[in-house]
Design a protein around this ligand. Structure first.
Ligand code: AMP
Length: 215
């Protein structure tokens, strides 16, 4: 199974990708996570992408193409955060053609702007193991400490009001053309991402079954 998960920052892509990956034995390929690791390492790629990430802008297409091509295998994966615009979708087609495979479904998590702002401004992440929390709906058991590994939780640098607004604008600007691209291919699946995560998962499963991608 080869899936793309698409949605605004804070739509729950990462959370759903983790669940789908473990339920269906898929490799989760999160471009944002890969890029953040490079920034953390201070690699030349990390230094190049940091300036974009800090401003909430998309990293140059040619740069992310290489990262995706190096991390993508030919089956059993879920892409989280790539592609984000039509050009990237076309690039991905080319990468997959070289591997003689294609995408089964493009899943869009539909969430309102108000929900996004709430989720991102109250999101906290564990810098060590990557577990994601929300101060109201998924708080850690102990204040500001990760339940899984005990590390101190952090707020992502780009989860500040100004950058959140910029990331939302970038998302809106790119979404129509990428939706059209996958609608024309009959791969577009829209899911209400504003519901609790268990219900979102059920809706995704149901829609993949309707499309005969899941049995
Ligand atoms: P995310 O963790 O998915 O919210 O991504 C965080 C940041 O990483 C974005 O604001 C971009 O700067 C960069 N990024 C993630 N995915 C992409 C992509 N497909 N193309 C370009 N930049 C990306």
């Amino acid at each position: 199974m080869r899936l793309i998960l698409f949605g605004a920052p804070g739509s729950g892509k990462g959370t759903q990708a983790d669940i789908l990956a473990s339920q269906f034995n898929l490799e989760k390929i999160s471009l944002g996570d890969i890029l953040r690791k490079e920034v953390g390492k201070g690699s030349s790629l990390g230094m190049e992408v940091k300036q974009y990430m800090d401003k909430g802008e998309l990293v140059a297409d040619d740069t992310v193409r290489g990262v995706i091509a190096a991390n993508l295998r030919d089956d059993n994966f879920i892409l989280d955060g790539y592609p984000r615009n039509r050009k990237q979708a076309e690039t991905l087609e080319g990468i997959l053609e070289e591997k003689n495979c294609s995408i089964d479904a493009f899943i869009y998590l539909d969430v309102s702007q108000a929900t996004i702002v709430d989720r991102l401004s109250k999101r906290r992440v564990c810098p060590k193991c990557g577990t994601i929390y929300h101060l109201d709906s998924m708080p850690p058991k102990e204040d500001n400490l990760c339940d899984q590994c005990g590390a101190g939780l952090e707020q992502r640098d780009d989860d500040n009001p100004e950058t959140i607004k910029k990331r939302w604008d970038v998302f809106l600007e790119n979404s129509k053309e990428i939706f059209d691209f996958y609608k024309q291919k009959g791969l577009f699946v829209s899911v209400d991402g504003g519901k609790p995560k268990e219900e979102v998962l059920e809706e995704i499963r149901g829609k993949l079954q309707n499309k005969k991608i899941l049995t």
